[in-house]
Design a protein around this ligand. Structure first.
Ligand code: NAD
Length: 436
């Protein structure tokens, strides 16, 4: 299959031809997508990380999104050699789009992926960006760069598309093969081809966005909206702490109204919700608009770690021993990127407390390398803490009995429950409790 003339008229159904797809960047997003597409198409997965590719070839996915039997059963191939993607009719780019130290978009991985793909682009190929970006990146940055390095004309010799990724790591219900896939192409024929390709990989169907910028904008506001809603709940939580009532109790009560939105207080870490609003804010500022609400939401959510550390810290004697349960950015995933639990830990340390950290989902080597934290291995060996702080609602912590939690603490220790993990549990009278 290819788009073979300037108007971008598809030369046929991609399903009736041997469509070859390359997926560039095999992380949380790229790998599950590639595996899903490989059920219908020839798929080659490319990544710059030798370590990642060799693990995947051995059937091991360190993100735990695809289990070993499914990985071994997949027909897709893995490579660090971009020339092995040169047969691809469609290149799907799923590389990271982080922010730099000033919270500005860091498009270097995306640009470098375009520089890699450009030289192997064949005529008529489509390059689809799936990475989260601000409106305009695909057409104004990726298109010209691909044209420059390939020597081909964008919109004539090759075509652009955008299809945002909506998966939620650790969520085994809304998986890539079940959710609605938004697609947008440079021409109607490209959009048709993308709808057909993604439609073959998901039972959720596809939605054709009006154009590429609309699809880019839709993705970025999906996450900015969540960030702002969480910021509102976090601000309300700070007020309720002063009043002396629990935000969880208030939210449970307000949630009985049919149109009350279901958001819970907490830290906003990870690769998406805490990052994507900065992409929209950056574009707004470039266009002369002050993105006041977006940045206020970011500021409130960024302050949550020190708010929690100070509120809990106030209840502790100087030089207390604190055990923090959970380090990953969210529950039931191993992902440590941009985790905000570190804000709580450094807050406790700056108050003079001694902090140990446990997290069975996190990779101890990564915790040590990135945060200088030596994770405690076995909960059964841990005792005598003045405070235990439940930071991440991993299933393993939800399953702990009250006796097991109490076994970690001194007799009148403080149990701080950031995520409402033990809200409905009954503990001994001596245990003091703190919750949001
Ligand atoms: N993780 C999520 O939940 C999620 C959800 C929706 C959208 N997104 C977006 O999807 C994109 C990818 O996120 P992710 O979580 O999969 O990232 P990730 O860090 O898990 O994976 C990215 C992969 O790309 C590789 N890579 C980096 N630069 C490369 C290059 N130049 N060429 C080839 N490979 C390269 C890395 O080695 C890594 O394996 C980001 O834009 C992110 O915002 C992520």
């Amino acid at each position: 299959m290819s788009l073979d003339n300037a108007s971008g008229t598809a030369s046929g159904s991609i399903l009736s031809h041997n469509c070859v797809i390359s997926v560039v960047g095999l992380g949380y997003v790229g790998l599950p997508l590639a595996v899903a597409l490989a059920r219908r198409f020839d798929v080659v997965g490319f990544d710059i990380s030798e370590e990642r590719v060799s693990e995947l070839k051995r059937g091991y996915d360190r993100t735990f999104e695809i289990d070993t039997p499914a990985l071994r059963a997949s027909s897709m191939s893995f490579t660090t050699d971009i020339s092995e993607t040169s047969d691809a009719d469609i290149h799907i780019v799923t590389v990271p789009t982080p922010v730099d130290t000033e919270d500005k978009p860091d498009l270097n991985p995306l640009k470098s992926a375009c520089r890699a793909v450009g030289p192997v682009l064949k005529k008529g190929a489509i390059v689809v960006v799936e990475s989260t970006v601000y409106p305009g990146v695909t057409e104004d940055i990726c298109g010209p760069l691909l044209a420059e390095v390939s020597g081909l004309e964008c919109g004539v010799d090759f075509f652009l598309g955008y299809s945002p990724e909506r998966i939620n790591p650790g969520d085994k219900v809304h998986t890539v093969d079940k959710i609605i896939k938004v697609v947008a192409g440079q021409t109607d024929a490209v959009t048709d081809a993308l709808a057909e390709m993604y439609g073959a990989a998901t039972t959720g169907g596809t939605f054709r966005a009006r154009n590429i910028k609309t699809a880019e904008a839709a993705k970025v506001i999906e996450n900015a909206q969540r960030d702002i809603n969480i910021a509102f709940v976090n601000e309300a939580t700070m007020i309720f702490q002063k009043i002396g009532i629990s935000a969880y109790d208030v939210l449970e009560t307000a949630g009985t109204k049919w149109n009350f939105l279901n958001f819970t207080p907490g830290l906003v870490g990870g690769h998406c919700i805490g990052i994507d609003p900065f992409y929209l804010a950056h574009r707004a500022a470039e266009l002369g608009h002050d993105p006041d609400l977006i940045l206020t939401g970011r500021r409130i959510n960024e302050s949550m770690g020190s708010f929690i550390a100070n509120s809990v810290g106030e209840q502790l004697q100087p030089h207390s021993r604190v055990l923090v349960l959970g380090l990953t950015f969210k529950e039931n995933v191993p992902d440590l990127r941009n985790t905000k639990i570190t804000d709580i830990i450094s807050g406790f340390k700056s108050l003079g407390h001694e902090v140990d950290v446990h997290d069975p989902m996190a990779d101890p080597a990564e915790a040590s390398q990135f945060f200088d934290i030596d994770l405690k291995e076995n909960l059964n060996n841990l005792h005598g803490y003045d405070a235990v702080l439940g930071a991440v609602a991993h299933a393993v912590y939800k399953d702990l009995s009250p006796a097991a939690v109490e076994g970690l603490m001194t007799e009148n220790g403080l149990l701080a429950d950031v995520k409402g993990i033990w809200r409905d549990q009954v503990f001994s009278n001596g245990i003091r409790r703190w919750q949001l």
